[in-house]
Design a protein around this ligand. Structure first.
Ligand code: KMH
Ligand code: ZN
Length: 275
């Protein structure tokens, strides 16, 4: 079992509406301030979605490039850009995310129903994105919304070899309406099905946040938390700041005697060059 816990913060996502969730960081200044607070609280990785001037999700290349630069300038966090974007984003725009030259990116291993929408990730797109990460040396995090997507991950590694950095790190995204449920039995099954030597984190959407967090810590996994995944801190109590989710995860990791992994250690763990 890993001696420390890699904590990823996913502060914004593409779905929540700033008008209804004022605490959501959507401007570059808000994002950098959030990132600094989350780093101080124990995060090592930031999973980034950006918004435009009207707070709508965007994959604008200039904004993405500026965001990577600002996060690097203001923090030591590993900058992981989302290639999932919003369900409305085109495959071309999602591939072009790598032009912003992040440290890392998400790479979802299959199509999944996503509430009333569909998050589309056909095999042809997955393999093109994967090969691009290898060419550009951007470390992918394999996002798995369902058990069938683990089979696709095996296929990807068999056909195209190891990722940039050489280490396979996955994120189990649980509790999406349409994906695998966020419970401990499913978490154990998914973790057991991963490739040998892979590390993994898990995140539970909405109400599954805490069961998944406790399950992941107990099973030797790592943690992702943030307002992309949950907007409630407790029943009837909205999240006030992303950092309070990181603080809670870090506290529980310490109680589990697997304290938060500092960013420099996380870089080595994920196969990224030192900064
Ligand atoms: N916003 C979802 C449709 C990712 O970042 O790679 C996709 C998502 C996954 O959030
Ligand atoms: Zn995301």
């Amino acid at each position: 079992m890993a001696a420390s816990t890699l904590i990823t913060v996913a502060p914004t996502g593409a779905e929540a509406d700033k008008a209804k969730v004022p605490a959501l960081p959507v401007t570059l200044d808000e994002l950098v301030a959030t990132a600094k607070e989350c780093e101080a609280a124990g995060a090592a990785v930031i999973h980034v979605h950006i918004r435009d001037r009207t707070a709508r999700p965007t994959l604008d290349r200039v904004l993405l490039t500026d965001t990577v630069a600002a996060l690097r300038e203001g923090t030591d966090l590993i900058v992981q850009l989302s290639t999932g974007g919003a369900v409305t984003d085109s495959f071309d725009d999602r591939l072009a995310v790598l032009d912003a030259a992040p440290d890392a990116c998400s790479l979802t291993c299959g199509t999944v129903n996503f509430g009333d929408d569909v998050f589309s990730n056909p095999w042809t797109f997955i393999k093109e994105l994967y090969q691009l990460t290898q060419e550009r040396q951007v470390v992918p995090e394999f996002e798995l919304f369902d058990l069938g997507q683990v089979a696709t991950l095996h296929r990807l590694l068999t056909e195209f070899g190891p990722p940039a950095g050489g280490h396979v790190h996955c994120d189990l995204v649980m509790g999406v309406p349409g994906g695998m449920p966020g419970d401990v039995a499913t978490l154990a099954a998914a973790a057991a099905a991963l490739p040998d030597g892979a590390s993994w984190s898990a995140t539970g959407i909405g109400r599954s946040t805490l069961p998944v967090l406790f399950g992941a810590l107990g099973a030797g996994g790592h943690l992702r938390v943030g307002m992309e995944d949950t907007l409630s801190f407790a029943r009837g109590r909205p999240v006030a700041r992303n950092a309070e989710l990181v603080e809670r995860a870090a506290e529980l990791a310490r109680l589990a005697q697997r304290p938060p992994m500092p960013p420099a250690e996380a870089r080595e763990f994920l196969g990224l060059p030192a900064r």
